[in-house]
Design a protein around this ligand. Structure first.
Ligand SMILES: *Cc1c(COP(=O)(O)O)cnc(C)c1O
Length: 194
């Protein structure tokens, strides 16, 4: 048993335009995406920034928070199943805060629902909200958001619009996850356990 994504569905408009230009037929057969390596870096960056701005527009619409597109932004959006370890990032909170304080800043966007009977998954969602409060009391260099009502549209915007896709499941329960595949077709780096 394996899984995958339908690439044209999960490719954001700016990357669709790039692939149309440099990797014709990409939507018919993913093998044509091999040609994507000839795309100039500046064009990839410009497409990436368009995806990032479209996510940040949605973040503003949903939360009234104005995030800065020039700041490193990490994404984590998935079902809140315990094995995906959404709170692993906060295991050493002092270190996380000190990294953020030494940098120009960091923004981390979370989203995801849990199964109603998944007690630990629900606890993790609450824990992330608690960490958010703790962190906001200690620093303004690290910004967190948990976007409510995770759905395919939010999944589409978040996987394309962050700089880094964080994947921290318990080995060997998952490889990249399908969200990791979505980020790849939008030029987003995977930051993952093995
Ligand atoms: C992609 C997606 C998933 C699955 O993501 P995984 O990384 O495979 O867990 C679940 N829900 C939504 C809304 C998605 O877009």
């Amino acid at each position: 048993i394996t899984n995958g994504i339908h690439i044209p569905t999960w490719t954001h408009e700016p990357f669709k335009a790039l692939f149309d230009k440099y990797a014709e037929l990409w939507h018919k057969d993913p093998k044509y995406l091999r040609k994507a390596e000839i795309i100039p870096c500046e064009e990839i960056w410009e497409a990436h920034m368009q995806c990032k701005r479209s996510l940040f527009d949605e973040i503003y619409r949903l939360t009234s928070r104005k995030w800065d597109p020039e700041i490193l932004t990490i994404g984590f959006a998935r079902r809140a199943a315990a094995y995906k370890r959404a709170t692993l990032l906060f295991k050493d909170l002092d270190r996380l805060i000190s990294i953020a304080e030494k940098s120009p800043g960091m923004q981390i966007v979370f989203s995801g629902k849990s199964h109603p009977q998944d007690v630990e998954g629900k606890r993790n969602i609450k824990l992330i909200h608690d960490y958010k409060k703790t962190i906001e009391n200690r620093t303004d260099k690290l910004k967190l958001l948990y976007l409510p009502n995770y759905n395919m549209r939010l999944g589409y915007l978040i996987t394309a619009g962050v700089d880094l896709w964080m994947n921290t499941p318990l080995r060997p329960h998952e490889a990249s996850g399908t969200s990791g595949m979505k980020s790849v077709v939008n030029g987003v780096l995977n930051f993952s356990i093995l």
